[in-house]
Design a protein around this ligand. Sequence first.
Ligand SMILES: [Zn+2]
Ligand SMILES: [Zn+2]
Length: 293
Amino acid sequence: MRINFCGVRGSTPAPGIDFVRYGGHTSCLALAHSGGSGSEGRSGTEGQRPTLILDAGAGLQTVSAWLLDGAPFDGTILLTHLHWDHVLGLPFFASGDNLRSRVSVILPDQENGESADVVLGGMMSPPYFPVKPTQLRGDWSFATIAPGEWQIEGFTVIAREIPHKGGRTFGYRISDGHSTLTYMPDHCPTTLGPGEDGFGECHATAIELARDADVLVHDAQLFPSELAAEADFGHAAADYAVALARRAGTRSVVLFHHRHDRTDDALDGLAQRLGGGSAPEVSVAREGSVLDL
Ligand SMILES: [Zn+2]
Ligand SMILES: [Zn+2]
């Protein structure tokens, strides 16, 4: 599969000269099957047309120009949860808000049983926003899923609930039969205890999702020095992501969901401190990058 990193930040977008190299858009990955129908993006990068998008953060708006070259989207947007930074790109997805699009939006089923379009409408409807999700142009559908195994756009998706804060959150393990990606952008393992090294419990669900995966894209919002003061907001230290990957036998880990005020220089420092290595290989997520598995 091909993984396009369209937004790598958490909490809120970060424009400005201090955020140019790693990018300021919030969480969004676009997955394509290798060998799918070719598409030449504006960047000139040879690629495949994405059919499965993970989270609809601000990065979603880049999918239209970069990967679809303005063509209508035909696929699924799978949300980990409903926090602003994972949904705010939804109304600005030009290739989805298109008379010829087909967009299936799937999110975790809600504790109160609310339907997908109603719960999404809670953040996207007057007076907060001029239109509702159901008023976007094209053929849109909205559904919730329970934890379990699902077939979505030719990918096998295992969904499990993981600790975060304020709303039900799923982690996903996604396979195309050849390669496996584990995606946990928002994860608060300290909720379950300090774990062996104080960064949080490498709990059974996280290990199950990440076990022997080719790549783990994981919450790295916090530096260790920030953990005591900020873990209560629901995120993980970058060091936890590396420890989890090591415990689960993951081949590589991509540190993701950078704090909104984390500058390029600070992320260079993170890459220097934790990057490289061989088991697991560690890298820092960068908007606009592409990973072929
Ligand atoms: Zn987030
Ligand atoms: Zn969140």
